[in-house]
Write a protein that binds this ligand. Structure first.
Ligand SMILES: [Zn+2]
Length: 84
């Protein structure tokens, strides 16, 4: 699974709307990729905060999702540059 693919699956994973095989790939990827782990962990904690709230369901702000995705893309680009 690529970092980009993982990004697109994080919200499905957290919603529980993900195929078992994809879920396993995702878990394998974050175990090996520190960058994606940070993004995943941050997103998960954010979702848990909202879900733990007794008030009305509140989706993750789009701005936060965008920021997380941009941060990950940058990290991936940097690590790819280092590998060359
Ligand atoms: Zn990754």
């Amino acid at each position: 699974m690529s970092c980009r693919k993982l990004l697109s699956e994080i919200s499905n994973y957290l919603d529980g709307e993900i195929e078992l095989t994809v879920r396993q790939e995702l878990e394998e990827h974050i175990a090996k990729c520190p960058n994606c782990w940070v993004i995943f962990d941050t997103t998960r904690k954010t979702v848990q905060i909202y879900q733990g709230c007794e008030c009305e369901p509140y989706p993750i702000p789009v701005s936060l999702q965008t920021r997380l995705q941009e941060a990950l893309r940058k990290l991936c680009e940097e690590s790819q540059t280092k590998q060359d």
